[in-house]
Design a binder for this molecule. Sequence first.
Ligand SMILES: Nc1ncnc2c1ncn2[C@@H]1O[C@H](COP(=O)(O)OP(=O)(O)OP(=O)(O)O)[C@@H](O)[C@H]1O
Ligand SMILES: [Mg+2]
Length: 398
Amino acid sequence: MDNISVSTTDIRIERHAHQLSRQLKLLREKLFPPLSQKTLRTFTSGEAAQMIGVSDGYLRQLSLDGKGPQPDVTASGRRSYTLGQINALRLHMATIKPKDALSYLPRRRPGEKLQTVAVTNFKGGSAKTTTSLYLAQYLALSGYRVLAIDLDPQASLSSMLGVQPEFDLGDGDTLYGAIRYDESRRSLKDIVRKTYFDGLDLVPGNLELMEFEHETPRALSDRHRTGEVFFRRLGVAISEVEADYDVVVIDCPPQLGYLTLGAVCAATSLLITIHPQMVDVASMSQFLLMTSDLLSVVRKAGGDLQHDFIKYVVTRHEPFDAPQSQIVALLRSLFADDVLTATILKSTAIADAGLTKQSLYEIERGQVRRSTYDRALESVNAANSEVLAEIHKAWGRK
Ligand SMILES: Nc1ncnc2c1ncn2[C@@H]1O[C@H](COP(=O)(O)OP(=O)(O)OP(=O)(O)O)[C@@H](O)[C@H]1O
Ligand SMILES: [Mg+2]
């Protein structure tokens, strides 16, 4: 009898899951020994000066005068700063030059509301996670306090940010812990974790997020249910940490489920990633209609669907590919200003850096071919700076 049960599909799949998990664990221990934490590289004094908005000479003088955090100095006299030190220097500059404080420390001021950007598209592989990661890191490097929320059960963003979804997380350690319907709900404050990236915190994801998709229909049909309806739960969770951040970036899963709808309602703006290929764009019209239908149901039920901006961003763009150019031209002619001017280029530098779970912001310029690196990073920076300009606009800044 046992033989029969051993060969049933559920048991076979369970065995495969355990085998895979064991092997992944071994592999991970080999690649990342238990104590090896992800760290962020340091920045040269030239890079630091540029990021802070002072001259290199001024920075050198500060360190000679013993003011502000002291950089590491190599035997040859080269100074390097951690991102934490750069942020401390920003604070230092804002304190000694209060008139220019905003340019040194660009965080939001009283009256400027928390910005929550949901990066979304129903299409799998349209570079949502990559776009979320680069935007969150760009903002953190620029001196903003950023919270990245991984809403995808596949948890790619978490692993890019140094959290292994399979091993590092216990029950309720993902966003699910803060939006679940039962009495185990915790405050998002207790779930947020620091990353190796100063100024960038993370709410990790893993498979337990799927519970929300399963529990929500039950909660919707339960008339005695207490607490907020599904599309308000994410917003309520975010409000528990609101004071600590300037921008929240949500990496959505590639489905239009309850999690994504919740993110769209919690968001103050949407960034929709588009891979400009016929197969991807062909389904878009239908999908936009479906999204709009679902959202109108949510709006009629009281969901907040006012957004400061909705932008399409073309990603993995190959500008010399004729069919792609046609599609980009089509999108621009239809959606005009709703499409970001900058496109994120398809680049082996981005793909290669991704293999080691790093972004171009994390690797040193010399690590990949310079022309490739520069071109890719320029395109990412241009797109991110357009998003930042929209955020400033929402804050009423010039
Ligand atoms: N600009 C780029 N150049 C080259 N490769 C890229 C670029 N952007 C993303 N990729 C690669 O494309 C793949 C898909 O990207 P990503 O994981 O960001 O998409 P996604 O929309 O989050 O996917 P999913 O729907 O599965 O969540 C990844 O392997 C990533 O490294
Ligand atoms: Mg993803």
